[in-house]
Write a protein that binds this ligand. Structure first.
Ligand SMILES: *Cc1c(COP(=O)(O)O)cnc(C)c1O
Length: 347
């Protein structure tokens, strides 16, 4: 990459190996099911998540929306964390395009909804009420420092879902960050959910794409929904080829990103005027804030960091920052960013 960019792991460029694989990918018309590279990626994704089948989609948002529209019908309701990506950052797609009402619930520091509140949020059968149909989860949990939630939480949600006949979907945009951070196979993270969508295009560095996984019957239905959303891509093997490299070569190394994030968080936490919830920094995202009385706003500081060091950083609000580590961030960049904050806040 041509610059140091902490704003997100979506900024990652594909690796040279990916570009090579893309150039030589075998392709066919995927809407006919004839792209061998897409088929290989979907089978690999299904195997890694412990599901029967996979579906290559254009983005994480398309993966989640396809899942929601497959699980739920117009007038149904989906229980979701109030700071979940599917609720906050997907353009209201479930309501706008699916007629599905979100039912947002608070989450704790780790991104978990309270199980008792989930259970009481399930609507009784009454013609006044929407039908509760779906629980939307997320792992790692983006808004809570990308916290990797352990599987027992999902086991608890599964029990509630079974009791009330609900479906359980996981927005696993950073599923492999969660798995690596927990030192578990991805299939352990996903074992309690009916469906999962994960991104190839974040820390795994592929240029485009996500895979939605679930039962063979679910994916059969999801394929039609994907087509209706405009997601039937043709010689998509060019893109899937990079996705295969992402899954074979880029998963284990996410541990390096996590180690750098911890180092960065520890360094920032020592700077007077900055606040970090160190306990929840277990993967590659750090939200941190300015304490009261800071002389500059977060956007002003991010500007100064960029002028002094060339580093790009997310200023999420007047007092909040986000830094995300990824393949193209080096150890020396961590030190440069910490020093940048030190000099700006000291002076
Ligand atoms: C990035 C992200 C998505 C959506 O992915 P896009 O490919 O950007 O549409 C969904 N959920 C979470 C938690 C994400 O971080």
């Amino acid at each position: 990459m041509d610059r140091v960019d902490f704003r997100s792991d979506t900024v990652t460029w594909p690796t040279p190996t990916m570009r090579e694989a893309m150039a030589h990918a075998r392709v066919g018309d995927d809407v006919y099911g004839e792209d061998p590279t897409v088929n290989e990626l979907e089978a690999m994704a299904a195997e890694m998540t412990g599901k029967e089948a996979g579906l290559f989609v254009a983005s994480g948002t398309m993966g989640n929306l396809t899942a929601i529209l497959t699980h739920a019908a117009r007038g149904d309701e989906a229980i979701v964390g109030e700071d979940a990506h599917t609720f906050c950052w997907e353009a209201g797609g479930m309501a706008a395009l699916g007629g599905v009402t979100p039912r947002p619930l608070p989450t704790d520091r780790f991104g978990r909804m309270d199980l008792d509140r989930v259970e009481t949020a399930v609507r009784p059968d009454n013609p006044h009420l929407p039908r509760t149909k779906l629980i939307l989860t997320e792992n790692s949990y983006g808004a809570k420092n990308g916290y990797p939630i352990p599987p027992d939480y999902f086991a608890g949600l599964r029990e509630i879902a079974n009791q009330h006949g609900l479906r359980l979907h996981m927005d696993g945009a950073r599923l492999f960050n969660a798995a690596v951070a927990r030192n578990l196979p991805a299939s352990e993270i996903t074992r309690h959910v009916d469906s999962v969508s994960f991104c190839l295009s974040k820390g795994l560095c592929a240029p485009v794409g996500s895979v939605l996984c679930g039962s063979a019957d679910f994916i059969h239905q999801a394929r039609r929904i994907r087509k209706s959303l405009g997601g039937g891509m043709r010689q998509a093997g060019i893109l899937a080829a990079a996705g295969i490299i992402a899954l074979t070569e880029m998963v284990e190394r996410l541990a390096d990103d996590h180690a750098l994030a911890r180092r960065l968080a520890a360094g920032l936490a020592q700077i007077p005027g900055l606040m970090v919830d160190l306990e929840t920094v277990k993967s590659n995202i750090i939200y941190f804030g300015l304490s009261d009385g800071a002389p500059l706003s977060a956007p002003q500081i991010a500007d100064q960091i960029q002028q002094k060091t060339g580093i790009l950083l997310g200023a999420e609000s007047e007092r909040g920052f986000r830094a995300v580590t990824h393949y193209w961030i080096k150890q020396s960049d961590i030190q440069t960013l910490i020093s940048g904050f030190q000099s700006i806040l000291a002076g």
